[in-house]
Every structure is written in C-alpha cells, then in structure tokens.
Write a protein that binds this ligand. Structure first.
Ligand code: SF4
Ligand code: SF4
Ligand code: SF4
Length: 328
C-alpha cells in the first residue's frame, strides 16, 4: 500500500516561513471535521523552520531546520494515549478531537509537536492535511507552498521507502526509535561539524593563498577525508561527527614543508586561523583542477574556473593593487 512520507531538505530551505503560513491559512478559522477542529491564530506552529548556526567568526553558516509531526510508526504519543491517537493505514497519525481533552496530551510528544488549544480545550497537531489528501490532493498545503521544494511528499510502500532512504541518504532527526515518516536530507548541516581553514605563504612580503594544496583530515595516523584548497587557499571538510575528539589537518603543498595542525571537535564546528606554510622558496601557487578533491567532503561547490572566479570576486585587482602599494 502507498503510504505518506515527507522529505525535508535542509540544503534547500531558506527559512521563508511559507510552510507555516500555508498551514495557518489552511487550519486557522477552518474546522476540518472529523480530522481536526480549527487551529488558533497564535501560538500553534504545526510546522515551523528553526534557525540554527554552525561555525564561528569569521565563518558561520545558517541552516533552517523545519520541524513538524513526524507521523511516527512507533509513536510515543500513541503509546501513552492509545485511545486518543489514530494511526491511519496510510501512516498518517491523527488525534481524535473528541477524546483529546486533557492538556497533558500535549506533553506526550517528546519532540514538542503537539499543541494545546486553550480556547477549544483540545490537543492538536499536524494532520498531514489528510482532509485534502482524501479529496485527491497530491500534497499537503505546506509542501505545495514551499517555493524551494525543500519539502516533498512521497507516497510509496515500505520497501520503496527503504530504497529512497538509502539512495537519498535520508536521516531521522531523532534517534530513529520512533520510526518517523518525516525524514531529512542533508541533516549534517544541523547535526555534524565542519573544519574550515586557509593556507598561505609569504612571497616578497605579501601573503599569497596556497591554491590547490592537499589537505588531509586525520585521526591519529588514519586519513579520514581529503580535499584541496580552493582559489582563496581555503579548505572545508564537513560531516565530522560531534565529539570526534582530537584530530589534525595535514597540509601538503609543493615547494613547502608539510604542515600539521591539531584541533578538537566537541559539539561545535572549528574555524582555524590562517595557516602559514614555511620552509619553501616562495614558489608561485600552482593552480590545480579540483577533480582530485574528495567531493564527498567538499559539500560546497568550488569554482572550476579559478581565473573567472577571482575576477568575479575582484581578487585579481586587489592583489595587483597590493603589490603596487608595496613597491611604492
Ligand atoms: S512526532 Fe510526536 S506527535 Fe507526531 S506522531 Fe511522533 S510522537 Fe506523535
Ligand atoms: S501537512 Fe498540513 S497540517 Fe501538517 S504542517 Fe503541513 S499544512 Fe500543516
Ligand atoms: S516553505 Fe520551504 S523554504 Fe520556506 S521555510 Fe518552509 S520548508 Fe523552508
């Protein structure tokens, strides 16, 4: 049987709140019985993007994590109140509005997805827009409204869903024991760490970016990821599990001594100070193509056309100006 699933892509979401507004437009002032009574205008957020940050100055990243009821198959809410929650055969979890009259029900979801409606004295949550789906709609209001297609509904059987999870690398935002029907793509933007830094060297008194240097991420003597510095001499390695402990960066650049820098990954990403290569003769940077970079580790596109990118960022001009200034 084709069942309801939702995919939330953190890479695409820009936190525009359209999904939340669409949900309110659908449910505030509209009673869709027997699915749910109308939602209150304020307080309730049956779906909501939340801003999260990684990194530290001078490099931070913002990710919006949109959360809603996950229509869990192994739902703590239904375990606690088996008479109140209705699991439909398509996987959607509903609340029986006639029985949800205890404010305590709102705390039955460990993920905070149930809300107490003070005025109607009823516990409420996302219905998966079951009233629309039963009328033939292909997707709920929030999904239909998302301008970036960061939300996607998938109707498929369990075996197909397992394949989609595997193929798209979907992850649960919980520990997975609740068997959620809402899964995340690119969840590492939220729950993993990155290390970012830059390599440079002195040339005639000017700091030059070490472009195309090999950068290895190591735990002890084991290399766990490899990348190359980009046209700014910067490197970026993502998806490092939190609390990985002490790790090191080993940088290799032709003409210079290899450089190692130790750091510790706790629960935050690490932004290293610029690392200066030494021991070399100040050879000009060799611009290498990025095909050799570990693309799994490089989650941000590195422009292949280095000269065009430098021009676009005005770098060529700056460098010429700097050189000119140092001569004067
Ligand atoms: S997310 Fe919370 S409310 Fe939704 S089914 Fe799971 S436990 Fe219940
Ligand atoms: S599926 Fe419907 S009820 Fe659930 S969050 Fe989206 S719009 Fe709201
Ligand atoms: S509508 Fe889409 S892009 Fe906008 S906040 Fe919601 S999920 Fe993100």
């Amino acid at each position: 049987m084709k069942k309801f699933h939702m995919i939330i892509d953190l890479e695409k979401c820009v936190g525009c709140f359209n999904c939340m507004l669409a949900c309110k437009d659908e449910h505030v002032g509209n009673s869709w019985l027997p699915y749910t009574q109308e939602a209150p205008k304020h307080d309730h957020k049956w779906i909501c993007p939340t801003l999260t940050e990684r990194g530290e100055a001078p490099y931070t990243e913002v990710t919006y994590v949109t959360r809603t009821c996950m229509h869990c198959d192994n739902a703590p809410c239904a375990k606690k109140y088996p008479d109140v929650f209705i699991k439909r055969s398509d996987g959607i979890m509903l609340i029986d509005y006639k029985k949800a009259k205890d404010p305590e029900i709102a705390s039955a979801c460990p993920y905070g997805m149930i809300h107490w409606n003070e005025e109607l004295e009823v516990a409420q949550k996302c219905t998966g827009c079951a009233h629309l789906l039963d009328e033939g709609w292909k997707e709920p209001r929030c999904v239909q409204t998302c301008p970036l297609r960061a939300l996607q509904t998938v109707f498929c059987d369990d075996a197909e869903w397992e394949q989609i999870i595997e193929k798209q690398g979907l992850k649960a935002i919980t520990d997975g024991t609740n068997k959620p029907r809402v899964m995340y793509k690119h969840l590492y933007f939220y729950n993993k760490c990155f290390v970012k830094g830059a390599l440079c060297f002195d040339k005639d008194g000017i700091e030059e970016a070490a472009i195309g240097a090999k950068v290895e991420l190591m735990v002890g003597n084991t290399v766990v990821a490899v990348t190359e510095t980009d046209f700014l001499g910067e490197f970026y390695i993502d998806r490092i599990p939190k609390n990985s402990g002490v790790m090191k960066i080993k940088a290799t650049f032709e003409g210079f001594d290899p450089l190692e820098k130790e750091f510790e990954i706790k629960d935050k990403s690490v932004v290293l100070d610029a690392l200066k290569l030494g021991g070399g003769e100040g050879k000009p940077a060799v611009i290498l193509p990025n095909e050799h970079a570990n693309q799994q580790a490089l989650d941000h596109m590195v422009p292949k056309d280095v000269e065009a990118a430098k021009k676009a960022f005005g770098l060529a001009d700056k460098k010429t100006a700097k050189k000119k200034a140092s001569k004067e």
